[in-house]
Design a protein around this ligand. Sequence first.
Ligand SMILES: *[C@@H]1O[C@H](CO)[C@@H](O)[C@H](O)[C@H]1NC(C)=O
Ligand SMILES: *[C@@H]1O[C@H](CO)[C@@H](O)[C@H](O)[C@H]1NC(C)=O
Ligand SMILES: *[C@@H]1O[C@H](CO)[C@@H](O)[C@H](O)[C@H]1NC(C)=O
Ligand SMILES: *[C@@H]1O[C@H](CO)[C@@H](O)[C@H](O)[C@H]1NC(C)=O
Ligand SMILES: *[C@@H]1O[C@H](CO)[C@@H](O)[C@H](O)[C@H]1NC(C)=O
Ligand SMILES: *[C@@H]1O[C@H](CO)[C@@H](O)[C@H](O)[C@H]1NC(C)=O
Length: 611
Amino acid sequence: MKTTHIFLLFLELFFISPIESSPRSSSSQQHFLRSTRKTSGNHRNEVAPQQYFEVTHPLPTDDVTPACSVSVLDHSFGNTYGSPPVSVNYTPPPATCEWSLAVLEFRAECKGEQYDRIAGIWIDGVELLRTSTAQPTEDGIFWSVRKDVTRYSSVISKPNLTLAVMLENLVNDEFTGVYHVNVSFLFYSDKVASVPTVPLFMVPGESGAHTLNRKLISVEISENEDKIEVDRVLNSLYPYNKPADWVIPISSGLDDGFWFRIQDEFHIQTTNVEISQKTYKAVLELYVSFHGDDEFWYMNPTDSYVETNHLATGRAHGAYREVLVTIDGQLVGSVIPFPVIFTGGINPLFWEPVVSIGAFDLPSYDIDMTPFLGLLLDNKSHSIGLQVAEGISFWLIDANLHIWLDQSNVNAETINYKVPSMVIQRKSEFALLDGEFELEGERSSEATGSVNSSFGILKTQITEKTKFKSKLKFKSEGTMKQLDQKIKKKTKIKITNEIGQVIGSLKVKTEYPTKISIDTQPGVDKDTFVMTTKVQQERSEKFYGENYSRILNHKQNCSGSMVVLGNSVLSGSSENHQNYNYQDEFGCYSRNVDVVDGNLVGDQTFLICDD
Ligand SMILES: *[C@@H]1O[C@H](CO)[C@@H](O)[C@H](O)[C@H]1NC(C)=O
Ligand SMILES: *[C@@H]1O[C@H](CO)[C@@H](O)[C@H](O)[C@H]1NC(C)=O
Ligand SMILES: *[C@@H]1O[C@H](CO)[C@@H](O)[C@H](O)[C@H]1NC(C)=O
Ligand SMILES: *[C@@H]1O[C@H](CO)[C@@H](O)[C@H](O)[C@H]1NC(C)=O
Ligand SMILES: *[C@@H]1O[C@H](CO)[C@@H](O)[C@H](O)[C@H]1NC(C)=O
Ligand SMILES: *[C@@H]1O[C@H](CO)[C@@H](O)[C@H](O)[C@H]1NC(C)=O
């Protein structure tokens, strides 16, 4: 992600220090501008703006007419650098509109030449969406993002709030792209949530596959049955199976966006919260994106490599990063984020018209804080802290603390917890520009707490194991870079009643493997380079409850080469193959997308479960 600040810095380096265009420094570059002026060929004949998209599963409401909708923002983000977010009044739909599901729609269009930008949407400091923009073309591009925001029901049903959108952009003679953005909310009533035509989940080991229709149907069913279906839909969506009663922003509220700008590992941002004595469940939802020298944190070599080789780059400090969450200075949770690649990243030609996994709807990460309610429910203010282990400039982070309330005050006790810091083994070897940097980290944590509420005395026990492995190699005098990284996390949640019976359990397994290779060679024309690039990435998230499971597996496999001058891409060829698989108790959705040189050559959707 190019932000203006970094961009200015870059220009400076580029103009005042010609060393930037030597193969060495060029190989430390991973962020590019997909230059529209200099391209020959593929875009010449096209006139109509092209639609970009992120591969994801459709929402069950997509084909349904909303009960009502609210347009909140219609704004052009031109030269917005250094300006506060754009704020507008948010008014929920009238009381006559009955709704139980809400969808946020973000539509954007842009034309000209422009970097990719990061954007965030908040209502009263509660973040609803973190998204990034696609780099436009001369003919223009457009896209839309739809996100289920039912989990924020307590926020979006309140009147007289402020919706803020931050999108820092820079427009001048050279960078002409203005992002036109519309934000609206679509509200759906219970009725539409009647999901399955074939209600059963695939039986594991069953031979063959069967088709399940996930499409919404507007069948006439009695009120009661309808309700049951809705419950079933929502129940599969831990931890927001029932939207929280209150969402407390852990955000900055300053004029440069509600996100905290975290500059280094010592930079701890805190928010004091005083939560209701009625709280029986709490979940912290983290929003994270990485920029500047840490945009490609997973490919950063050690400081000593950069210093020893006198490289003019700030991209260093090793390749381990983790977002840490504290309560009154005590570590209670952590997240190693999925390495989302923005549309200027590695090779911009990969990301047209299909963007990278998570680029339009960055994942948020949930940390169940229920075992820690004993620390929070003493009618006193507590400080929630956010920081980035080993981070360098800069990260944009904030969080939403979702809380669920009982009718009257509850009693909570934090029985025990052990959240140690990550134990990391590091091996780094280099001679001049060639080297190998290996990292291996592991952490096992555990927390148990009990809450005495109108549901009885329920004990929540959470155990979690995080593993992190990274191998970064620099070869052929640093012109060849290879990354092999794995992030794995297993979380087990068990809820028992006062007589020790298990009344709820869940296992969550996430795996984020990433392999990247970048080979930089001198180009034919003066000062140009030819970069051969590969990205293989997977986002795998599996939820196993007692009676349901929800599985997401999204893979991308990209390869290509490009001719670059400075940080502008002049030409190239690319392939992007994505396989998306999603399944829950109602069925399966798969989509395979193949893109060659910016053209969608294959796009198949299956509603079949296969194993
Ligand atoms: C935003 O809404 C306006 C008014 O409906 C419409 O003219 C414009 O094309 C929309 N822009 C986008 C990016 O959808
Ligand atoms: C919203 O704000 C307006 C103007 O400040 C006020 O007149 C109105 O009563 C408020 N509505 C609610 C529901 O608070
Ligand atoms: C919580 O603190 C407030 C003042 O800070 C006080 O008015 C209230 O009685 C306290 N409640 C309980 C349950 O202690
Ligand atoms: C749980 O709460 C109820 C109602 O407030 C109370 O009667 C009971 O003693 C509490 N139990 C424990 C073990 O604290
Ligand atoms: C799971 O299914 C069993 C058997 O159908 C049922 O008794 C139990 O209540 C269900 N558990 C949940 C959490 O729905
Ligand atoms: C990735 O794509 C390339 C080119 O299409 C293909 O040769 C390779 O086998 C693919 N790798 C994986 C792991 O799918």
